[in-house]
Ligand binder design. Structure first.
Ligand code: C2E
Ligand code: C2E
Ligand code: C2E
Length: 88
């Protein structure tokens, strides 16, 4: 069938976000740490985040949500398909 679920979800590569990402994504990294804390989700290599939270973060960066998605993609911190991520 048609696979839409993996493309719509916003999934962050935490190692890339915390180690490799520059000052540019410092607020995204801080937000991701806060979400991990709120969920008690400390052991994951990836983190799925709410679309609402991405919208709020985009306001912080003064860009559109799709602009933030683009920036995250450029920095390589977005996981397109978490299942493929674990298979590789
Ligand atoms: P909450 O928003 O009242 O959600 C309570 C519980 O419902 C969550 O516990 C989670 O088990 C489930 N839940 C709520 N929304 C979703 C969802 O979209 N997907 C899934 N899979 N489960 C959902 P949890 O994870 O222990 O989180 C506890 C509280 O921490 C949440 O209470 C919320 O206040 C906050 N939180 C956790 N993650 C996020 C997040 O990504 N963004 C925001 N804004 N708050 C979060
Ligand atoms: P998926 O959403 O494609 O996620 C694939 C794998 O990425 C997950 O395998 C998990 O290892 C990792 N992953 C994704 N998001 C997070 C995250 O926020 N935190 C952490 N620690 N890991 C994450 P897993 O857990 O075996 O789940 C397999 C599939 O089961 C998921 O595929 C999803 O389709 C479903 N699933 C698991 N938990 C939930 C959930 O809370 N809500 C919903 N709706 N589906 C879930
Ligand atoms: P998911 O668990 O597959 O949920 C997909 C969408 O279903 C969510 O997109 C949200 O629109 C809706 N949804 C699922 N559970 C709840 C709920 O308890 N309350 C409400 N109001 N809506 C719910 P959204 O918000 O963009 O979240 C994307 C993904 O981020 C979720 O996928 C889940 O993997 C993660 N996530 C979001 N919030 C939480 C949370 O509070 N706790 C945990 N553990 N994961 C969360």
């Amino acid at each position: 069938g048609v696979r839409l679920e993996a493309t719509n979800k916003i999934v962050l590569d935490l190692e890339k976000l915390y180690d490799a990402a520059g000052e540019d994504l410092a607020y995204v990294a801080r937000y991701a740490r806060a979400i991990q804390q709120q969920r008690g989700d400390y052991n994951g290599r990836v983190l799925s985040i709410r679309a609402d939270d991405l919208r709020a973060l985009a306001i912080v960066y003064d860009i559109s949500p799709s602009g933030l998605i683009e920036r995250l993609t450029e920095q390589g911190v977005l996981v397109a398909d978490p299942r493929a991520f674990f298979a590789s």
